[in-house]
Design a protein around this ligand. Structure first.
Ligand code: FBP
Length: 708
């Protein structure tokens, strides 16, 4: 290399070492794209076949029967290897096909490997099979916007995160026009099959597309995608069919690495509470997994909060001969108090810092917010129907919307919602800050879901927490505990006798290692009064410097840092678990297509087991569907799985909650899962939630008792 003073910029850029150092492709990426995930044993056969497994049964909704008649009788199908199918079945399996694939909804790590698994399986069976990727999500199907996927292109994205190859979008194919345009595109491309990689709503869409294109002979297969982990399928007897959507493990690992780092930082500079909102629009699965991976001090689980019952309130009401329905579920104010208690308890043992994990969708589980969301869904749905105009376009500002709500209170009869929104609702709603009102009135996504990622949930909670901590401080209850040894040292250094001042200053002198300044000492003035009253200080004497110092140390400053973990984890490169899972999902998709299935969702059984135990299957989508309220209308959809508060994973977190809060003089119990490692053997190879939940559907009563 020439001397640095003489080298020109172009020379520098052309130097091979520099070019290598600044290249877009680094060693990690090279290693990733070269990795070939293993395949389930069945896929090593020249053919596969589908074996119906009718031991899995479903409670079928009558609307599903009516609306999805072509695919409602589908059963679970086990994919098995086959060496010598009969001639026509073999020929059909091997024929060249045209297959379209689309990503739908938010990105989820591993999506590219679904394509790679499908591509490899299809091309191996028949190199003339063509795979088309629809661009920008379902819009690509509606608008006929696609590209043919080549080996070169697929190779560039193997084991790589994001949905970059063909992009994604949130459009829903939810009306006749979009449906017929989509059908037209599939017919024009002579598609044999369409693969929809998406969440609960997108798989709902897949079922309707399968129904719509059944007579055209176009098969539709869904793939369970979403970092939220809320596609978990069981049959009517609770037997697991899909334990986890892909991408969940990677997102949780990515959030956990960052949050564990915050735990380290928090316990180093001991001055911040880090409030970490983690994605998961409704269900708290991601927060639960983060809790298991990091042992953060406090993790809220939305489903747990809605399950809360205030027994004291119930009892009081019972004595008065009434039922207090507000005792069921938690209010925002109550939740803020629970958080304050945790903060106070840690402060009492000298820990004025910590890490709080808040699931993005937590507000959906809070009593009053739930009511607002349901009411707004109805009000907005009604408005759009009655006025034939979009609520958000017609009433663009918060003031417009508030004025409209006020008019409802006054009983404008043309708006059928006049009986949904009353003066009490209006009063309660006007009590909350404008930014939160705005959040609650934001536009729903294309599936009618409330967009929690757009609401500053952590700010809503923190504002309440700060207010209440202020009150607790004034009452002398929120204080930092002073370690007894440190108290003694500080006083002795200043020539004062600890045993003389200890009983005067502290409520728990000689009873605990961390000493709490008496509740009535809430300022320097009250401190002086106490010292004067006990004869330790003259009226005109200043507070001795060591006492002054100890007092200052006991006064908490509640300093916070807020973080949002979502898009970063969604964009992460997949863990090895997700790489292998998704590649095999892609292979499963091909087997389902080559064996003529439609209206099925690809899945793998036994994900919690060693890879040799994984079994690919097809799950019938239609029998899983039920009626739900969407945008104020009742619709047939695939049910979202929320956290089961009786599941082993939740019960373990619940049992270890106090330990992880660590409101004791001992060290915190933080856990460091480390960064996502693609190579090496030390990487955690699957979600902890998955492992725990595979230990049994519910804990037995006996186990519950011993855990409690
Ligand atoms: P999907 O359900 O489509 O997989 O998306 C999940 C999610 O990542 C949620 O966790 C989050 O609330 C939402 O997407 C954010 O949506 P957007 O990408 O539109 O901001």
């Amino acid at each position: 290399m020439p001397e640095s003073s003489t080298i020109g910029l172009n020379q520098l850029l052309d130097h091979p070492a520099v070019a290598d150092a600044v290249a877009d492709v680094n060693m990690e990426l090279k290693e990733r794209v070269a990795y070939q995930p293993p395949v389930c044993e069945v896929f090593n056969n020249p053919f596969t076949c589908l074996v119906p497994d009718t031991t899995y049964q479903f409670e079928i909704d009558k609307d599903a029967h009516r609306q999805l008649s072509h695919i409602i009788d589908n059963t679970v199908q086990r994919i098995e290897g086959s060496r010598n199918p009969d001639e026509s079945a073999g020929a059909n399996y091997r024929r060249a096909r045209n297959i379209g694939i689309v990503f739908s909804g938010g990105p989820s790590p591993g999506g590219h490997n679904v394509i790679a698994g499908l591509f490899d399986a299809a091309k191996q069976v028949n190199p003339d099979t063509r795979i088309f990727g629809f661009l920008m999500g379902p819009d690509g199907i509606i608008d006929g916007d696609y590209m043919e996927l080549t080996r070169d292109l697929v190779d560039r994205y193997r084991n790589v995160g994001g949905f970059t190859m063909i992009k994604t979008g949130r459009t829903k194919i939810d009306n006749e026009k979009k449906m017929s345009l989509s059908r037209e595109t599939c017919k024009q491309l002579s598609l044999d099959a369409l693969v929809v990689v998406g969440g609960d709503d997108s798989n709902t869409n897949a079922a309707f597309l399968a129904q719509e294109m059944f007579e055209d002979g176009i098969q539709v297969i869904g793939v369970p995608k979403t970092i939220d982990g809320d596609i978990q399928v069981r049959d009517a007897r609770g037997r697991v069919l899909c334990a986890m959507s892909f991408g969940f493990h990677t997102a949780a690992r990515s959030f956990s690495q960052a949050i564990a780092n915050l735990c380290t930082d928090a316990s180093s500079d001991v001055k911040y509470w880090h409030v970490c909102k983690v994605m998961g629009r409704v269900a708290s699965h991601l927060a639960l997994e983060v809790a298991l991976q990091t042992h953060a001090n406090m993790t809220l689980i939305g489903e747990d909060l809605s399950d809360y019952v205030d027994y004291a309130r119930l009892e009081k009401a019972e004595k008065e001969g009434v039922v207090d329905y507000t005792a069921y579920g938690m209010t925002l104010r109550h939740l803020s108090r629970v958080i304050c208690d945790a903060i106070m308890d840690r402060a009492a043992v000298g820990k004025n810092y910590g890490v709080l994990v808040v699931p993005e969708g937590v507000l959906e589980f809070i009593n009053e917010i739930q009511t607002f969301i349901i009411k707004f869904n109805t009000i907005i749905g009604n408005y759009n129907k009655v006025h034939d105009r979009d609520f958000h376009t017609a009433l663009p500002t918060l003031d417009d919307k508030l004025e409209y709500l006020r008019r409802l209170v006054r009983g404008i009869r043309r708006d059928v919602s006049y009986n949904v929104w009353n003066a009490r609702d209006d009063e309660l709603f006007n009590d909350i800050p404008a930014f939160f009102q705005e959040g609650l009135l934001t536009e729903r996504d294309s599936h009618g879901n409330f967009q929690f990622s757009q609401v500053k949930t952590e700010k809503v909670l923190l504002d309440l927490v700060k207010d209440y901590l202020g009150i607790l401080k004034e009452k002398g209850r929120y204080k930092i505990g002073i370690e007894d040894g440190q108290f003694a040292k500080t006083l002795q250094k200043g020539g004062l006798e600890p045993d003389l001042y200890g009983p005067v200053l502290f409520d728990n002198w000689q009873q605990a290692r961390y000493l709490m300044i008496k509740k009535n000492i809430i300022s320097k003035k009250t401190l002086k009064t106490v010292l004067v009253n006990t004869g330790l200080l003259g009226d005109d004497d200043p507070i001795p410097a060591p006492i002054d110092k100890i007092y200052d140390q006991s006064v908490p400053k509640f300093k916070t840092q807020t973080h949002f973990y979502g898009y970063d984890g969604r964009g992460s490169d997949p863990t090895r678990f997700d790489c292998i899972y998704t590649y095999n999902l892609g292979q499963t998709v091909f087997s389902l297509i080559a064996n003529g299935a439609t209206g099925q969702m690809a899945a793998i059984l036994n994900l919690e087991q060693d890879f040799s135990g994984w079994r690919p299957i097809g799950i019938p989508i239609a029998p899983l569907m039920h009626i739900e309220e969407r945008k104020g209308k009742l619709e047939l959809v695939l049910e979202k799985s929320i956290v089961d508060v009786n599941s082993p994973a939740f019960r373990v977190v619940e049992a270890l909650r106090d330990r992880w809060l660590a409101a004791t003089p001992e060290e915190d119990h933080y856990r460091h899962p480390g960064p996502i490692r693609f190579a090496g053997n030390s990487e955690e190879n699957r979600p902890i939630t998955l492992l725990l939940n595979a230990m049994g559907g519910h804990l037995s009563t006996q186990e519950e008792n011993t855990a409690g």
